[in-house]
Design a protein around this ligand. Structure first.
Ligand SMILES: Nc1nc2c(c(=O)[nH]1)N(C=O)[C@@H](CNc1ccc(C(=O)N[C@@H](CCC(=O)O)C(=O)O)cc1)CN2
Ligand SMILES: Nc1ncnc2c1ncn2[C@@H]1O[C@H](COP(=O)(O)OP(=O)(O)OP(=O)(O)O)[C@@H](O)[C@H]1O
Length: 193
């Protein structure tokens, strides 16, 4: 009988699965993925919505294509930014999704807009994840950053971007965990019909 894994053990297993999934992909195929959101999802996003994205780490689902797409479509876009690793997550405007010239390295080794970038509140958040379920439960990196931000800013739409290999039958959940409105993978969209 296998016991349920703790969040920490699951993160380890799922990060390995994610790494191996991406390593097994060809660069040519990967370059074709996550260029624009699926049409049924786009239909739910207002024309003037501020869009929160993220600077993907090596094996996370890439979000740069969406940043370019939303900027070309006239949206203001934002990325997470931290003044220190233990500071709350805020969002600052990302002005150069085609060149990344407005980004600098932040805590967690993740590129973020510089301190002079305007702080803004996204209406729609695309979020990275370590694991997800078909009903939108999410396991993140363990900082609680998105759960906390979404609790403090209710009414925002939160959409996960993930590889299919990150789908889990179940995940351990805690009361503070926020359920995603949708999850997009290269082959499917969960949560929006
Ligand atoms: N690309 C990206 N940006 C993001 C997040 C994320 O998960 N991915 N975040 C999500 O909340 C926030 C930053 N929070 C983070 C909290 C913890 C770790 C962390 O523990 N990283 C591990 C390495 C993980 C790995 O092996 O893949 C580490 O530093 O040891 C990273 C980011 C906002 N920006
Ligand atoms: N709304 C909240 N208010 C206060 N603390 C919170 C809240 N959400 C999460 N936390 C705290 O953050 C820590 C990490 O939470 P959790 O394991 O759910 O992170 P995660 O969602 O996987 O990470 P991340 O969002 O950074 O990718 C926990 O100690 C939890 O108590």
């Amino acid at each position: 009988m296998s016991l349920p894994q703790s969040k920490t053990e699951l993160r380890k297993t799922l990060r390995k699965t994610r790494r191996e999934h991406v390593a097994a992909q060809s660069d040519a195929i990967r370059a074709l993925l996550f260029h624009r959101p699926p049409a049924p999802l786009l239909a739910k996003i207002g024309h003037d919505a501020v869009i929160g994205l993220y600077s993907a780490a090596a094996s996370e689902a890439p979000a740069g294509g969406y940043a370019q797409f939303f900027q070309e479509a006239g949206h203001t876009i934002a990325l997470p930014a931290f003044t220190a690793a233990n500071a709350p997550m805020t969002f600052r405007e990302h002005t150069d999704p085609f060149g990344s010239g407005d980004l600098e390295m932040g805590p967690f080794d993740i590129a973020q807009p510089g301190a002079d970038a305007r702080e803004i509140l996204p209406d729609v958040l695309f979020v990275p994840l370590v694991g997800f379920t078909a009903s939108g439960e999410r396991l993140g990196q363990g900082g609680g950053h998105y759960d906390r931000w979404l609790t403090e800013h209710p009414g925002r739409m939160a959409i996960g971007l993930a590889w299919d290999a990150q789908l889990c039958d179940t995940l351990p959940t805690e009361p503070h965990d926020i359920v995603l409105d949708a999850v997009v993978t290269p082959t499917r969209m969960y949560g929006i019909s």
